[in-house]
Design a protein around this ligand. Structure first.
Ligand SMILES: [Zn+2]
Ligand SMILES: [Zn+2]
Length: 398
């Protein structure tokens, strides 16, 4: 069968699985589970993919709510569709990861139905805990992506865009320690940790004006003292430092840490800095994959919103994956422009007619792109060549 013949069959097959995709989205949406607790979601996907002929396992040492599902006679090339399925505290599936899970099932089922003897190995890799838990980072460390030639996932958003980049992010906790004393009778005997915290907040605010364009620093007080009549002895703050360029990211982190040291010194406090180990690396898209995805969107009549690849971006653990293998993370709009991720409006959009319609359209583009990666060796060679060449680029971890 020619690639063109297969394309038509795959597109039709996605339509055939539309109802099942809506059902998976709805079921996971209605039972939101927080990071590393996604038992129901994992089981839903594992059962579904087993029924469709995939061999599903969770190898030893992987997070218990992760999995790999494999279909195909040959080992290579191996192309993975990633499924996220964790929810947010309080607000549930307001990032729409239930849709990512449904799209992964729909795209792979369609390829298997249309082309049961497809070349290579077709994978679904279930990656839990994207919302802060760094599931993909843990899985990378366990070798979960060894032998995977390329990986892709589509993410719901307030805009449709085939190619976007994402910030690296460092999550830092600053603890200023002073000395408690009666704030009225013996203020001179206290050392005010809140002063250090306020100075630090203001130092970072001043620093923010001198930032290069593609960077963010933002933080909060998580402990500001215990009572107004006690000179605060302990103040804790959490800050996120983000940048696109990896070199600048490290520089900016150093500057923020210097602000904290200076503020601690000015107030006579001690300072402890803790850093979350699972740091998200900058996401660097694979451009040949992006080009093919874009072509597929065009053929399907899916219109991209006009945004540059660095506008309105966040951070994700897929950043770390993009440092290890060719990766793509297109977005699709599920509501109007104002329905932004992690909001109540977004939550409504995730199960709306418009939103799920967009999901099905983009699932087709993903299925076609994955099939081409499996069936077209020269495309795969180009994807790998670009990945290798890009390791010298500044937004890569070195
Ligand atoms: Zn998300
Ligand atoms: Zn999110």
């Amino acid at each position: 069968m020619s690639i063109d013949g297969a394309r038509k069959k795959i597109t039709q097959a996605v339509d055939g699985f539309a109802e099942e995709m809506l059902d998976i989205n709805r079921r996971i949406f209605e039972r939101p589970e927080l990071c590393y607790q996604e038992k129901f979601a994992k089981q839903t996907l594992a059962d579904y993919l087993s029924e469709r002929g995939f061999a599903v396992t969770t190898p030893k040492g992987w997070p218990p709510t992760s999995f790999i599902a494999r279909h195909g006679k040959a080992k290579t090339p191996a192309v993975a569709i990633l499924a996220e399925y964790d929810a947010l505290p309080e607000i549930g599936h307001a990032c729409g990861h239930s849709m990512i899970a449904a799209a992964a099932c729909g795209a792979t089922s369609a390829i298997v139905k249309a082309e049961p003897d497809h070349p290579g190995s077709l994978l679904v890799i279930g990656t839990p805990a994207e919302e802060g838990g760094g599931g993909k980072i843990q899985m990378l460390a366990k070798g979960a992506f060894k032998g995977v030639d390329a990986a892709i996932m589509i993410h719901p958003s307030n805009k449709t865009r085939a190619v976007a980049r994402m910030y690296a992010i460092a999550e830092l906790t600053f603890e200023f320690r002073g000395k408690a004393a009666h704030a009225a009778a013996f203020p001179d005997q206290g050392i005010n940790a809140l002063d250090a915290g306020v100075l630090f907040y203001n130092a970072v605010s001043a620093l923010r004006q001198q930032l290069k364009g593609e960077a963010r620093v933002h933080g909060i007080f998580t402990h500001g003292g215990d009572a107004p009549n006690i000179i605060p002895e302990r103040v804790e703050m959490k800050f996120y430092v983000r940048a696109l360029d990896y070199g600048y990211f490290r520089e900016l982190e150093r500057k923020v840490v210097e602000c904290a040291h200076g503020s601690a010194r000015a107030a006579g406090c001690k300072l402890k800095i803790k850093k979350r180990e699972a740091e998200y690396a900058p996401f660097y898209p694979n451009y040949p994959m992006g080009r093919v995805f874009r072509e597929n969107m065009k053929t399907l009549g899916i219109v991209e919103d006009s945004f540059s690849e660095t506008e309105e971006i966040g951070s994700s653990d897929i950043g770390n994956l993009s440092q290890a293998l060719p990766t793509l993370h297109p977005e699709f709009r599920v509501g109007d422009r104002g329905a932004i991720n992690h909001s109540r409006d977004f939550l409504t959009a995730v199960v709306s007619k418009f939103g799920t319609g967009a999901m099905i359209g983009m699932t087709k583009a993903m299925a076609l792109t994955v099939y081409e990666l499996l069936a077209n060796p020269s495309l795969m060679a180009e994807v790998k060549k670009e990945f290798k060449a890009a390791t010298g680029v500044g937004n890569r971890r070195k």
